[in-house]
Design a protein around this ligand. Structure first.
Ligand SMILES: Cc1ncc(COP(=O)(O)O)c(C=O)c1O
Length: 436
């Protein structure tokens, strides 16, 4: 399953570049090597480019395709809905059904509002937090990503503009305020958070975090860290917001908050919620969400569009009813990939580690072990990881240059075998005295 020619993708990019800046519609898509690929189709765990190369896909649409491409239950629900209309500019019954499911599945969800993208649901959550507390500031964490809308890009991967081949965001010096309302704190450092809130807590509406720092390197919180953050928020009257855009439904039916046992005041959900159909949600405690009854405006032409909502209902139905077998299987496959990569890295003498969180892997090259903080991840090297990813693509595995891999329920044991064979070949191609 080698990918040999990329001329179709290359010539498509040249054409697109005449009319689309960079030739792509999300900046980082332009950096994939050996070429930013253009695709013609995808099914299950596989994706095919316009040159006819087929790949085992771990990009998964940047995460939403937890059930793989074209899950039959979702396709069927969408097909049926298309015949009944897409957008009503009014209510339809599937909306409340979806909110009820989310309330059932996600521990912190008592009320739910729908949006379209993760970025805007983050904005809705922060607006709700400001209204509920009467305060203006937000604390975020180094390396955590909360979408592309200002000012949340501060100090996330790729900040400030989310562009460029190898972004190395600055680390906040002494928790400086980045922009007037955003305070940036190091991750996994309880004392730093306590100190920051001691100084600014009275002005802080929300402490927002990825409860597993996926974009900051796929770092689990240290034991007790989330519970400490929860307690500090209570002490200072701030709301704890979990951005579960990636981890929601992926780590467990109830996301990272189910896995860690720490319940936030507000939760942002997107990606896996819709199996690729654009939909996001902000969910939270009824008492907090009550401001959306009166004080907080919430809008969006496409909010609750019928096609995305039925796709989300079908997705959550599969995850909820199949949870006893699906999640253990995802864990097993992801574990086999992680273990296999570690084994092959050792055999090739490559300083490659694969951090694992549920059905997520994050590869790091040349970083210290164990990895705990975002600063640790910045010690890793991006150039060999990009070379490695390029060789993975050439060996039939669609994997991002950032090293973030999404595993889906459609992946099979055969996919894992093929992937590990590709890892072996990729490491053989790049390992050597100069690679370490
Ligand atoms: C944790 C997290 N939050 C928010 C977002 C933004 O979501 P979207 O790209 O749907 O706007 C992302 C996107 O990758 C994300 O990873």
């Amino acid at each position: 399953m080698n990918a040999e020619s990329f001329t179709g993708s290359e010539s498509y990019l040249r054409r697109a570049h005449q009319v689309i800046p960079r030739g792509v519609n999300s900046s980082r898509r332009s950096v994939l090597r050996p070429a930013p690929l253009a695709f013609s189709g995808a099914r299950g765990s596989r994706i095919t480019d316009i040159d006819g190369n087929e790949y085992v896909d771990y990009v998964a649409g940047y995460g939403p395709m937890l059930l793989g491409h074209q899950p039959p239950e979702v396709v069927e629900a969408v097909r049926t809905q298309l015949a009944a209309g897409v957008l009503y500019g009014g209510q339809h019954e599937a909306e409340a059904e979806l909110a009820e499911r989310i309330v059932r599945m996600v521990p912190g969800a008592e009320r739910v509002l729908l949006n379209v993208t993760g970025s805007e649901a983050v904005q809705a959550a922060l607006r709700i937090a400001r209204a509920a507390t009467g305060r203006r500031k937000t604390v975020k964490f180094e390396g955590h990503y909360h979408g592309w809308i200002d000012p949340m890009t501060a100090n996330g991967p790729g900040s400030p503009a989310g562009t460029g081949p190898a972004p190395r965001p600055m680390i906040a010096a002494d928790h400086d305020v980045v922009g007037p309302e955003i305070l940036v704190c190091p991750w996994n450092d309880s004392e730093a958070l306590a100190g920051l809130l001691a100084r600014h807590g009275a002005d802080v509406a929300a402490v927002i975090m990825e409860p597993v720092a996926v974009n900051g390197g796929n770092l689990w919180a240290d034991d007790g860290y989330l519970a400490t953050a929860r307690r500090l928020c209570e002490r200072h009257g701030c709301l704890l917001v979990f951005d579960e855009v990636v981890t929601g439904f992926r780590l467990a039916p109830g996301g990272a908050q189910q896995r860690t046992g720490v319940t936030p005041d507000l939760t942002v959900l997107a990606k896996a919620l819709g199996s690729g159909f654009p939909i996001s949600a902000v969910a939270g405690r009824a008492e907090v969400m009550r401001v959306a009854e009166h004080t907080v405006g919430h809008a969006g032409t496409y909010n609750g569009n019928a096609v995305s909502v039925v796709a989300a209902n079908a997705t959550l139905d599969v995850l909820e009813t199949g949870q006893d077998s699906l999640y253990p299987r995802l864990d097993r496959l992801t574990g086999e990939l992680a273990d296999g990569i570690a084994r092959l890295a050792a055999r090739h003498g490559a300083p490659l580690q694969a951090l694992r969180a549920g059905a997520l892997l994050r590869l790091h090259w040349g970083a210290p072990e164990p990895l705990r903080t975002y600063a640790d991840t910045l010690a890793g090297r991006t150039a060999p990881l990009r070379d490695f990813s390029e060789h993975m693509v050439r060996n039939g595995v669609h994997a991002r240059e950032t090293g973030l891999w999404y595993v889906s329920t459609a992946h099979t044991d055969d996919d894992v075998d093929r992937t590990l064979a590709a890892v072996d070949r990729a490491l053989a191609a790049i390992s050597g005295p100069s690679a370490g």
